[in-house]
Design a protein around this ligand. Structure first.
Ligand code: NAD
Length: 315
């Protein structure tokens, strides 16, 4: 399924992630039919995608071999689900993060497509066995969990339903690779998938260190952005261990595993992320970046610019 252009992908839900997926698939030359159940929303999404593709072209950051105009010619918007699904070989669902909403969407989608169409969900934290529980043929179901914004952060976690065929995992992996994303395969479903399990471990320990008065909000963020994050943008924790001892991973473990164990044993309980600690951390954060729309938008824009630069550097 991965190499043929002119094929159709349907994106269901045209919010932040739906629009980004549309742009990613367009960059690979796929025809994209975007649908939203709010009348007029998919049409507005199309205008937003147009604006973004034109700006990216202007900035020399447009992905793929096609111009913005050529990519836009491949995109249509729909208020009607059966029409949006016509001819699709792959459906990427991006509706609200509500189990019932997703179950209902997949029930409806399945009634309008053939048995061989891959049904893929963008869910951040719902398990495939729940999301696809109302689907009759679950062998073609998979989660393709992107990272926001997927146009610059290319990781996609592919998480199978217990019944998903290996061929569906392989085909989705090939599609994601072809459109320039960086897919990873989870071998089985697990709450939080891989990315959020690692992310939550980092958030929890950062929270405990601030709450216990060890470090400020500003400085714990610098520990990541000027320290760990610098190398983690290029190499992961396993490779880090391998490179950080003269003789590689085994050598690293001999030198440091005892210390790692001691520190890990001393970690506190899971924070409840509420009460006085939450108020204090929020206060410190808002002193650094006020939480009004203007400041947050400016920071997001800066983040996206830096991510764009990093993505270009990694090419
Ligand atoms: P969003 O609120 O921006 O957009 C959701 C869109 O879905 C809206 O346009 C809404 O009108 C539409 N919608 C709702 N119910 C629908 C239905 N039954 N049929 C068709 N359209 C429907 O949300 P988002 O941030 O784009 O998130 C979408 C999915 O992506 C969620 O599952 C979320 O967990 C996941 N996700 C989000 C992020 C993120 O950072 N925003 C990152 C990774 C994954």
């Amino acid at each position: 399924m991965s190499s043929s252009k002119g094929k159709i992908i349907t994106v269901v839900g045209s919010g932040l992630i739906g629009r980004s997926w549309a742009m990613v698939f367009l960059s690979g030359g796929y025809r994209v039919q975007i649908y939203d159940n709010q009348a007029g929303q998919a049409a507005r999404a199309l205008l937003e995608v147009r604006k973004q593709l034109e700006e990216l072209q202007e900035a020399g950051m447009l992905r793929g071999d096609l111009s913005a105009t050529q990519q836009l010619a491949l995109l249509t918007s729909h208020d009607d689900l059966p029409q949006a699904l016509k001819g699709a070989f792959f459906v990427q669902e991006c509706v609200f993060e509500q189990l019932e909403a997703k179950q209902e969407v997949f029930r409806a989608v399945e009634s309008h497509v053939g048995d061989d169409v891959v049904l893929s969900s963008s869910t951040s934290c719902l398990l495939p066995s729940n999301v696809f529980s109302q689907v009759q043929n679950r062998k073609r179901c998979i989660i393709s969990h992107p990272v926001n914004p997927p146009y610059y952060v290319k990781l996609v976690e592919l998480v199978p339903h217990p019944e998903t065929l290996p061929a569906v995992m392989d085909a989705t992996y090939a599609l994601m690779s072809e459109v320039g994303q960086a897919p990873v395969r989870l071998r089985k479903e697990i709450d939080g998938f891989a990315l959020n399990r690692v992310q939550y471990a980092i958030i929890a320990e950062s929270w405990r260190l601030v709450k216990d008065g060890v470090i400020s909000v500003k400085d714990i963020d610098l520990v990541m952005s000027e320290g760990l994050g610098m190398r983690y943008a290029f190499i992961g924790p396993m490779e880090t261990m391998h490179l950080n001892a003269p003789e590689g991973l085994q050598d690293y473990l001999q030198r440091y595993s005892q210390g790692m164990g001691r520190v890990l044993e001393a970690f506190g309980p899971v924070p409840d992320f509420s009460g006085e600690a939450a108020s204090q951390i929020n206060k410190e954060m808002c002193e650094l970046i006020p939480s009004d729309h203007e400041h947050l938008s400016a920071r997001r824009e800066r983040r996206d610019q830096l991510l764009m630069g990093l993505a270009a550097l990694k090419k």
